[in-house]
Write a protein that binds this ligand. Structure first.
Ligand code: AMP
Ligand code: ZN
Length: 332
């Protein structure tokens, strides 16, 4: 197979684009694609400092690599979730990446911010691990960006992530997640920064190829808590569709952005206030993160701010719906 650009030996076939590239031309294709996404969706301007949320995985490190190569003003932000060896190894990948490129990496620890690491948060709240973790990620990424003067956070979500999230929301007809899912979430409040996903049109296979060809050392293991998650089943199903009919994932997700999202978005309206405790944006009086952190601090015996929040099952159900409301403001 030959590279469609230079006629040299191709290393990667992209069936959905009906093309194939040699290593060098694939890297060029990947960078151009990312820059085109940033431009077309008005994600970043050239002079805007951008905080790249890096997990140590291929997608976010590939994104940081493209932005650094293209001369954007960036820093990385690694959130240490305290998930045993998985967190130790992923933090080391981010640190090595940053040191090799002389780039700035900010590290925020969930243990310090919430009062306990993610596994303990799960035990303390009995909430599904991924929802407490997702809430903490959204809140702490936003807060770190505000504190360090970044108007925008970029994450490494790829086409497979977005199509799988969309499939999950569609299967449940979850109207508010359908309204919220977007590659650019504008800052709708002074305490929220813009969130962008510059890789959302590139597939997981393409980000893996980019990371490999650039020699990026990334963590291959998934988070141990994500095992058995329905999003993995959704990804497998979408891969089967893609195999049978290349371009299905892109048609599904891009078609939703073009033709369906506005129908759901038009019906959404939330009024944002400032949390009386931490000042961050919230729909209630005390934000979901402060409530979570109180609950965790009480469970692990740390001093925390006193709230009138009871812990009986009915009240916990209330907390969970608050947390859901908060995640509606800043979707993953
Ligand atoms: P995931 O939800 O693990 O698929 O991650 C989606 C995106 O969220 C990644 O591409 C990163 O940009 C960001 N992210 C995930 N985990 C972390 C972390 N521990 N620290 C910083 N950013 C993260
Ligand atoms: Zn708060």
């Amino acid at each position: 197979m030959k590279c469609k650009k230079c006629g040299g030996r191709a290393v990667l076939e992209l069936r959905r684009h009906n093309t194939a590239f040699c290593a060098e031309d694939f890297l060029g294709f990947f960078r151009r694609h990312t820059l085109e996404t940033i431009r077309r969706w008005k994600m970043l301007t050239r002079d805007e400092p951008v905080l790249v949320a890096v997990s140590g995985g291929k997608d976010s490190l590939a994104l940081w690599d493209v932005l650094l190569t293209e001369g954007y003003n960036t820093a990385g932000l690694y959130l240490d979730l305290g998930i045993f060896d998985y967190s130790r190894a992923s933090k080391a990948k981010c640190l090595d990446f940053a040191v090799e490129r002389d780039a700035r990496l900010i590290i925020v620890s969930v243990q310090d911010a919430v009062g306990a690491a993610v596994p303990r948060v799960r035990d303390a709240t009995r909430r599904p691990t991924c929802s407490a973790c997702g809430l903490s990620k959204r809140y702490l990424l936003n807060r770190a960006a505000l504190e360090n003067g970044f108007p925008v956070v970029a994450t490494g979500h790829n086409l497979d992530d977005e199509a799988a999230t969309l499939l999950g929301s569609t299967l449940r007809w979850d109207e508010s997640s359908l309204a919220r899912q977007t590659p650019v979430l504008e800052a709708t409040h002074p305490k929220l920064v813009r969130r962008v996903k510059p890789l959302f049109r590139l597939s997981e296979r393409e980000t893996a190829a980019y990371a490999f060809l650039r020699g990026i050392d990334y963590i291959v293991e998934e988070c141990p808590f994500s095992r058995g998650a329905t999003s993995i089943t959704h990804k497998e199903i979408l891969n089967r569709l893609e195999d049978a009919s290349p371009g299905s994932k892109a048609a599904f997700f891009l078609g939703y952005l073009d033709r369906a999202r506005h129908l759901f978005h038009a019906r959404e309206s939330v009024t944002l206030l400032e949390c009386v405790r931490c000042g961050q944006a919230t729909t209630g009086e005390v934000c979901a993160f402060c409530k979570l952190s109180d609950q965790v601090r009480r469970a692990v015996g740390l001093p925390g701010e006193a709230t009138d929040q009871p812990t009986d099952p009915a009240a916990l159900r209330g907390l969970i719906s608050d947390l859901t409301a908060a995640s509606e403001i800043h979707a993953p």
